[in-house]
Design a protein around this ligand. Sequence first.
Ligand code: FAD
Length: 505
Amino acid sequence: MRVTLIEAGDLSKTKAWRLPPDAYSNRVSSITNASQEFLRGIGAWSYVDETRTGPVEEMQVWDGVSDARITFSASDMTSNGRPLGELSRLTENLNLQRALLRYLESSPGVELVDKVKVESITNDDREGNSWPVVHLSDGRVIRARLLVGADGFNSPVRTYAGIQSYGWAYDTHGVVATLVHAPRSPYGPQNTVAYQRFLPTGPIAFLPLSDTASTMVWSTKPHIASALKSVDPAVLVGMVNAAFRLPEVSMRYLHERLLEAHASGTSITLQQLQDEVRFREMSHSIDSNSALSSLSALGEPGIPPEGAESYPPLVKSIQPGTVASFPLRFSHADTYIGEGQGSRTVLIGDAAHTTHPLAGQGLNLGLADAEALAHCIHDSLSRGGDIGSYTSLMSYSRARYFENHKMLAAVDKLHKLYSTTADPVVWARSVGLEVLNELDTLKAAFMVSAGSHQVKSTPGQLGVGIAAQGLEALARGINDAKNAGELVSGVLQSGLRQLFRSSPR
Ligand SMILES: Cc1cc2nc3c(=O)[nH]c(=O)nc-3n(C[C@H](O)[C@H](O)[C@H](O)COP(=O)(O)OP(=O)(O)OC[C@H]3O[C@@H](n4cnc5c(N)ncnc54)[C@H](O)[C@@H]3O)c2cc1C
């Protein structure tokens, strides 16, 4: 097969990408075990510079309002009878892209065309149906037996194929940055724990890259994101440390101070922020030497305070030039395969679906799409079929559409569940999280969704060794948690019921 890959960007920059060992790009993805296995299987992962990646051995996720917490650990999982070393691996997108380009260089039959845009796509009747004809900005014209739209959220291929996509903007932006901190104390956990705190404005995630660097994704309202991006980096450091520690009511107050200053064209100073945080910590009776204080001496060596393992290390600074933000949205194409005038087209990755990054799944779903499509094309070729025909592509759609939908819907529900401060919902949510923490089956399902294979089988555990039903079980789990909450209380306010009943919108 002849494959042509068309990319508007400059791939030579990606191929030559290099950063000093202690500097990290701000676009980082959590690559699940399943995605790594796929990339290893095709021989691409060996090109990834693993020294720049950070394993996640444990995840701690908690509710910023009720403080209910759930912990997932790789040590609870086995794969083929062996303990799993990690839940996923934080990898800079450029590290992975560079690896894939190097891998493609060694693959015969693939032509890379970069710095060239697809300007338009027309169709041509041939062999009794419509073939896509791609017009490039360098004047070339390519007629394709199969046109794969891996062209992102604004997919020109999707538009050409006339495929509708439903979805909505989350009214949320993801602020990213590379965080610099002291190494963790040898007496506590190492920097292999991912932390995520759900604030009503959105979750903030701390994701480990090395002993002294981690990446952040802080999903928040667009006006807060804009204010956070405009402050002095030292103030942003203070806000990040507080966002993982201060009670939610005080975090809300800090946001208000930040926004007031932003609206008046000024910015809150580091001194003002520290005074506020000090006052707030005192009023919440937070000891300045405790793990909950964001003002305790940064990265002091020695025995960490009690409970330090429940919070990420205190951030000291932000790597210059790494603060950026991205609008977040939910979208899912009505179908992945073009028909009629749009025949011989198929969508994968963000062209087919986009999701909130709170579960770190967007790229992983795209990789799973690529794997399934490759299988589908292989099967079609081995049967002497036409790789661009609707019937050949059906198995790809069957393998991926509902799998993706389950994940997209579950992540969407989690986002909605945690973006409210309404008392009955917060109460039920804390019951839900605690119930989830107790139920091994559900916990296992969540972890399986992280790409792990099997949960350690010990007698008495519920649902040991469950297969990879991951997010379907999570979605059911939330429902079960809701039912458990109902049993415990006997009364659930209508707000929560509505939330669980509502469609993904
Ligand atoms: C803040 C944030 C954090 C995230 N964290 C994670 C995570 O931890 N784990 C995870 O799995 N996912 C994560 N994601 C999601 C992930 O980044 C995306 O799902 C993924 O990058 C989508 O890849 P894609 O190749 O499908 O699309 P894109 O990355 O959008 O690539 C599309 C490509 O098509 C090219 N293109 C488009 N139009 C044309 C044209 N006309 N001509 C030529 N070329 C064209 C573009 O140049 C681009 O290179 C995160 C997203 C955000 C915003």
